[in-house]
Design a protein around this ligand. Structure first.
Ligand SMILES: *Cc1c(COP(=O)(O)O)cnc(C)c1O
Length: 495
């Protein structure tokens, strides 16, 4: 099956799309069509474990990969050394009609592991298929979570290396510790003397610098990116929507063909878009509920059909959703525009030049057949953590709690009582100080380790060993650089 660019005619294979990341015209790669999964195939998923479900879904997208290659990649990615839950993505019932799909049992305690554990293997295979035999060097600028997930994903994957830049004073203690203690012979972490924008701008410049590319090529290396618009990050996420449905079927919570809702805490629109792709393949999804924090640009978009970045940027207690330009939305717009690349180009140019575009009322109504957008501020979020704990004894992190609050609002406003799945994107222990604050009104002075101990004492929810270990792991990465010396820093750490 070929893949198209959202902005034009470019046609590539799955492996080429993964290798390139972004299309030459600036668009994102989308599948030419969606393979329909027949209802009896859905039922057969109930008999499978997560790995087998992953193979069943992925082979419908990755047609230039052999089933054997997909099996091996999936097996390496979702191994018990890396995921502490044997189900990989367990479902927990919260109340009579609500389940939590837990995507945080991987090495970095957040849902990005679901894709970033698999991407390195897909990337290595994609390189092989396209005659690329140089070492693939991943460069990442991170404001916290993505960097660690990428490091863990690429750690010791042959033929690859991963270098992460983080702003020296711009990440939390836990995030910094998670990164600088990373093991592996092919991982590098460099602190940039500057803020996140400096790090991100620096990485972008390295990608476009002829000189730097040549310096890397001389050493037999080629640059690549692992950010969330890469097709290799999107397709692994489709799997867990099918898996969640199969779990509900297996536990007789629903009957075959029954619709369910998914409520997704959203930032860059990658997670929820994977849910949309699952629906396009025939998964019986009623509504995809798009939950935003105070940076509610998507809520306004679904309500008005206008996407506008003319707004204040807020720092919230769900930082991985603090985003004003949701890049993966472009893939949904492509479907809303009847796959008219010219229209996407027009909208994206408007966004770049004037900060906003409108899709019109008709397309907005079409989107609302499937989507619902709403938001939660910090107060709503803290209230939801406390309420869920007190009512259902379920402990949520602040990102998941945004979705919890929005699902309540959705039910109140629509009366829809379809069984619903909240997509849980991070462990509460990854944001321990805020979670403790929600439960008790005290945040342990912001100390994540003390807060974690107090949460465990209070709730009995076991602290993940990743948090426990973090305190004692040796620091392995100490490199620092000025923001205009990032290229040299990469060459130095790799020497
Ligand atoms: C990245 C992230 C999100 C947002 O996911 P998108 O795919 O960007 O919409 C939500 N929660 C957590 C914990 C994340 O790390």
């Amino acid at each position: 099956m070929p893949f198209f660019s959202t902005r034009g005619e470019s046609v590539v294979t799955a492996s080429q799309a993964i290798l390139r990341g972004i299309a030459p015209d600036g668009g994102l790669y989308v599948p030419a069509m969606f393979h329909n999964v027949r209802p009896e195939r859905l039922t057969s998923l109930t008999e499978m474990n997560y790995e087998q479900r992953a193979v069943a879904v992925l082979k419908r997208f990755l047609e230039d990969f052999s089933v054997r290659e997909i099996e091996d990649a999936v097996h390496a990615a979702y191994s018990p050394e890396r995921f502490t839950a044997p189900e990989i993505a367990p479902m927990k019932q919260m109340d009579g009609a609500t389940w939590s799909l837990e995507l945080f049992h991987g090495p970095t305690l957040a849902f990005k592991d679901m894709a970033l554990q698999l991407l390195p293997h897909l990337l290595r295979l994609s390189a092989e298929k396209n005659g690329e035999n140089r070492e693939i060097c991943i460069l990442v600028a991170t404001s916290g979570d993505t960097g660690k997930a990428a490091l863990e994903g690429f750690r010791d994957v042959p033929g690859t290396s991963c270098t992460v830049f983080y702003p020296l004073d711009g990440v939390s203690d836990v995030q910094r510790l998670q990164m600088v203690t990373t093991g592996g012979s092919n991982t590098h972490v460099i602190a940039v003397k500057g803020n996140f924008d400096d790090a991100q701008t620096g990485v972008k410049e390295l990608f476009t610098s002829e000189e730097f590319r040549n310096q890397m090529a001389e050493k037999g290396r080629v640059l690549s990116s692992a950010n969330s618009i890469n097709l290799g990050r999107l397709v692994p996420q489709v799997v867990y929507y099918f898996s969640a449905y199969a779990e509900l079927l297996k536990n007789h919570a629903i009957a075959a063909g029954d619709p369910v809702n998914f409520c997704v805490p959203t930032g860059n629109f990658g997670n929820i878009l994977a849910g949309y792709y699952a629906r396009c393949m025939g998964l019986p999804v009623n509504k995809l509920i798009c939950a935003s924090n105070r940076n509610n640009v998507l809520t306004d978009f679904f309500n008005t059909g206008i996407y506008s970045t003319h707004r204040t940027f807020f720092k919230t207690i769900s930082p991985s959703m603090d985003i004003l330009v949701s890049s993966n939305l472009e893939r949904l717009l492509y479907e809303a525009a009847d796959r008219d690349g010219g229209l996407i180009r027009t909208w994206m140019n408007l966004l770049k030049e004037s900060g906003s575009y409108s899709v019109g009322e008709q397309r907005r109504d079409w989107l609302l057949d499937t989507f619902w957008g709403d938001c939660a501020d910090n107060k709503d979020t803290l209230g939801e953590i406390k309420a869920r704990w007190e009512q259902d004894h379920y402990l949520m992190d602040p990102h998941t709690a945004v979705a919890g609050h929005v699902l309540r609002q959705y039910r109140k406003m629509t009366g829809d009582d379809t069984p619903s799945v909240i997509v849980a994107t991070a462990s509460p222990y990854k944001f321990a100080a805020d979670v403790l604050n929600a439960l008790t009104g005290d945040n342990a002075g912001g100390d994540p380790f003390i807060a974690s101990e107090k949460i465990q004492e209070l709730t009995g929810v076991p602290m993940p060993e990743q948090v426990l270990k973090l305190r004692d792991l040796p620091i392995r990465h100490t490199a620092e650089c000025f923001k205009d010396r990032m290229g040299q820093a990469v060459l130095d750490v790799m020497a």
